[in-house]
Design a protein around this ligand. Structure first.
Ligand SMILES: O=C(O)[C@H](O)[C@@H](O)[C@H](O)[C@H](O)COP(=O)(O)O
Length: 320
């Protein structure tokens, strides 16, 4: 059963009522630093629920800046794309004003299509695209014109339609091996940190990108960090590689978790029933810390993680 707009606008409505009481469910959510409340009935059909508070994550050490998490559930993909464009444009204006640059990190997959409204009015004209610097959180080690290339996907669907200076789009060097491409990308990031284009997190000592726009796989992978793969635990490098990705193609480079977790903002775009199991594991109150999916390890040290979801993706959550 999915949440109806009417129900969500008046009360917290469990999707699948279960044994625990509403109070205990909310309490569990609080422990996980997530709390939802309905939007007012004057809201449009999108964003049925939103968080009411931003709290320190249990994984954030006392005294550090707080990590904030939000879950937004949309009625349909059009509403999700509209909200994602609005949020991205707001962050672009904010970081361009604060830093003189806006560092944006893309994944591959369905995320790219969700960015399409940025290529249309009013954003096409209103966004200061000259401030954008575009990176990939992961890339397949294939030629840039290959059908599997995340660069090609982003170029075809998004980058070719907005006036970002070509020199501010940082594709991998596709002439190198996976290992070489990862090293090369990290070296280039390091230079951009020195140049002040990319910030550094004073909390973690890793680069701090302004916005990461990412998808999540049905198995709970993010970037090219797959469940049970050793690179999930890489905690020194900024960029690493895999040669045995369970999702083809096998060779990829990927940002490491410390870099992802140093972001100022992450928009995690997760839609469809195929993601419901991983969403349930990541967001339900039944926390199992011994067997975390990569997506569960995404925990910003000093930033805001927003889940952009739809009803099928949250259909196994009982806490709503
Ligand atoms: O290169 C990749 O394979 C992607 O970067 C990958 O991490 C993707 O974002 C997820 O698999 C979600 O993809 P979907 O949104 O298409 O399911």
């Amino acid at each position: 059963m999915s949440i109806s707009a009417a129900a969500a606008s008046t009360s917290l409505s469990p999707v699948n009522p279960r044994r625990s009481s509403p109070a205990s469910r909310v309490s569990a959510l609080l422990r996980r630093s997530l709390l939802w409340r309905p939007l007012s009935s004057s809201s449009s059909s999108h964003s049925l629920l939103r968080p009411v508070s931003a709290m320190a994550s249990p994984r954030t050490a006392a005294g550090e800046a707080a990590s904030r998490k939000k879950l937004i559930i949309f009625d349909d993909e059009e509403d999700l794309a509209a909200s994602l464009a609005k949020r991205t444009a707001e962050l672009s204006a904010r970081f361009a004003a604060e830093r003189g640059a806006f560092t944006v990190v893309l994944s591959g997959g369905s995320l790219v299509k969700a960015l399409r409204k940025l290529t249309e009015p009013p954003y096409l004209e209103a966004v200061d695209w000259s401030k954008w610097h575009v990176f990939w959180v992961d890339e397949r080690v294939v030629p840039k014109d290959h059908a599997d290339s995340n660069y090609k996907l982003a170029t075809d669907e998004f980058l070719s339609k907005v006036p970002i200076p070509a020199g501010q789009v940082y594709a991998i060097n596709d002439a190198l091996s996976a290992e070489g491409a990862a090293e090369d990308y990290e070296t280039r990031l390091s230079q951009l940190v020195k140049d002040g284009v990319i910030g550094m997190s004073p909390v973690t000592g890793f680069p701090k990108f302004d916005l990461m726009l990412m998808g999540m796989g049905p198995d709970g992978h993010v970037a090219s960090l797959f469940p049970d793969h050793p690179v999930v635990h890489e905690n020194q490098k900024w960029v690493t590689f895999v040669k045995d990705s369970p999702k083809p193609p096998p060779e990829r480079i990927t940002f490491t978790l410390p870099v992802i977790n140093s972001s100022a903002c992450i928009a995690l775009v997760v839609t469809g029933a195929g993601k419901a199991g991983a969403v349930h594991k990541a967001l339900s109150e039944e926390q199992n810390t011994s067997d975390l999916l990569p997506v569960e390890m995404v925990s910003l040290q000093d930033g805001e993680l927003t889940w952009f979801t739809d009803k099928p993706a949250v259909s196994m959550l009982s806490s709503l």
